[in-house]
Ligand binder design. Structure first.
Ligand code: ATP
Ligand code: MG
Length: 273
């Protein structure tokens, strides 16, 4: 096993990164995959949404293990990794991670500290999903440097045009300078309100602008108050509202992600022949 690592990234805030990370992760676990979720946001939203309401009280977080990588201190087996009752593991984060972002500036191989950490746990998982913070700073660059691919959630309410360009530039730069194998799995439309034509227009626009250069997931995640409720509950949409449209959406997304991975594996074995 060598986990496929996916960054869920967009520097625009509130587009559904954390919600996607948690529910895609648990969706994959429900399909029998071993999944590690990594909270790379000092706000700790992913940790909170998985039930750790006060991440600042956790002793060991991503900041701790990245600190150990920087100082070359050996890590214990599964050090700091929490297990969620819906079958995923979590490396939580809290405000200490913003201090880490500062100390990264002076660290050796500062862009690959997170990758070095993931290399120590990769063999134990099928998938590692990284919940990125809403910025293109050092932590997001670390996440991109450590990933095989990126999923870009885009909120269907707003025209993403300019922000997306910046993200694509950063991805391109990471690919050229640090991680040549980094791929874009696709753009995921989130919070789609099917009662308006606006979402459809944005979808059409995105396909026209980016459709030739990258995949736009055929699954859209619908807008629903049920989705907004889950982070307070500390559980996934699959247990909060299993028959709802958002659960359906994340189930379909899970299938699409598994399909991409299957094709990648096949491609790899074809090349190996
Ligand atoms: P940030 O940039 O702050 O990290 P984010 O991109 O991680 O934000 P989320 O935290 O996942 O975005 O979602 C933003 C808000 O929208 C949250 O309050 C969340 O509960 C809500 N939300 C997420 N998905 C949906 C949905 N499908 N329908 C309705 N509300 C949603
Ligand atoms: Mg978030």
């Amino acid at each position: 096993m060598n986990a496929k690592t996916i960054a869920i990234a967009n520097q625009k805030g509130g587009v559904g990164k954390t919600t996607t990370c948690a529910n895609l992760g648990i969706g994959l676990a429900l399909e029998g995959k071993k999944v590690l979720l990594i909270d790379t946001d000092p706000q700790g939203s992913l940790s909170i949404s998985l039930g750790y309401a006060q991440p600042d009280k956790l002793d060991t977080t991503l900041a701790t293990v990245m600190g150990k990588v920087i100082t070359d201190t050996p890590l214990q087996h599964k050090e700091g990794i929490l297990s969620h009752h819906e079958g995923v593991d979590l490396m939580p984060a809290n405000i200490e991670l913003s201090g880490m972002e500062v100390s990264l500036v002076n660290a050796m191989s500062r862009e690959t500290v997170l990758k070095q950490y993931l290399d120590t746990v990769k063999k134990q998982y099928d998938f590692i999903l990284l919940d990125c913070m809403p910025s293109l700073g050092m932590l997001t660059v670390n996440a991109l440097a450590a990933s095989d691919s990126v999923i870009i959630p885009v909120q269907a309410q707003y025209l993403p045009a300019k922000g997306l360009e910046q993200l694509l530039q950063t991805i391109g730069k990471v690919r050229r300078q640090i991680n040549p194998k980094l791929k874009i799995d696709g753009i995921l439309l989130t919070m789609v309100d099917s009662r308006t034509n606006f979402a459809k227009d944005i979808c059409t626009l995105l396909r026209e602008t980016y459709g030739s250069s990258m995949k736009i997931f055929s699954t859209d995640i619908p807008h629903s108050v049920r989705a907004a409720e889950i982070s307070a509950e500390g559980k996934s949409i699959f247990s909060h509202d299993p028959k709802g449209k958002v659960a359906d959406g994340y189930r379909d997304l899970t299938k699409e992600v598994l399909k991409i991975e299957k094709l990648r594996q096949k491609h790899k074995s074809d090349i190996g022949r």
